[in-house]
Design a protein. Structure first.
Length: 220
């Protein structure tokens, strides 16, 4: 059986891979996340996923699969990544409050030491609620904001920052499972998984795009 390697520092992506009952190992990514001059958000997030999947694994088996992902929040052309400090996190949450923004998660997949790789991107829209300044301060005090694009976790039950969203909930969390699945199915000897059922079990919502994504439509 091949092993999966997750090139990511994200505990949420690690948790989501456990839902799939795959044997996998984690390789922390060491990638410069600086934005290039005039780099569009779409190209930026794709580039970071591509850089992460190139992690050096000298002892990797030829059948093993390396998975990398990167998530950003984009609003009016500006990129909101992970906040550098509490002041930046506070400012991000204030700017996003009561407004709609886009979340982009790019994935990249490679087989063994192969140079070629698969890549995909998922876009979702999130409408934030009108949370108060006091709620922002309480959320910042919890420490949950500091390793997340846009300084928030959509699944945080206490803060509940999002009023509504369209697209892929799993992608907003950091790993679009159906986009991952449709690309893995392009690899020889990969055994297809029932991602729709897995998402429904763990995220407890009815996804409106899953079947179309798995059918290969260029949505989300």
């Amino acid at each position: 059986m091949h092993c999966f390697w997750l090139a990511s520092n994200s505990p949420r992506r690690r948790e989501m891979l456990t839902w799939l009952d795959w044997p996998f190992q984690v390789i922390p990514s060491q990638v410069d996340e600086s934005i290039l001059e005039n780099e569009p958000p779409y190209e930026y997030v794709r580039r970071l996923a591509w850089k992460k999947v190139q992690v050096n694994l000298p002892n990797i088996d030829g059948r093993d699969i390396v998975i990398a992902a990167d998530t950003i929040v984009e609003k009016e052309g500006s990129i909101y990544g992970k906040p550098a400090d509490i002041d930046e996190a506070r400012e991000m949450l204030r700017r996003l409050r009561g407004r709609t923004h886009q979340v982009m998660t790019a994935i990249a997949i490679r087989r063994g030491q192969e140079q070629d790789f698969l890549q995909d991107i998922c876009r979702s829209e999130v409408l934030m609620r009108e949370y108060s300044d006091e709620e922002i301060e309480g959320y910042l005090a919890s420490g949950d904001a500091f390793d997340k694009a846009g300084s928030y976790s959509i699944q945080n039950d206490k803060f509940q920052p999002a009023m509504n969203f369209s697209g892929c909930f799993a992608s907003v969390m950091g790993l679009p499972l159906c986009h991952l699945e449709r690309n893995l199915r392009k690899l020889a000897d990969y055994h297809a998984r029932q991602m729709l059922d897995i998402c429904r079990t763990h995220l407890r919502y009815q996804c409106s795009i899953s079947k179309r994504v798995l059918a290969g439509e260029n949505i989300g």
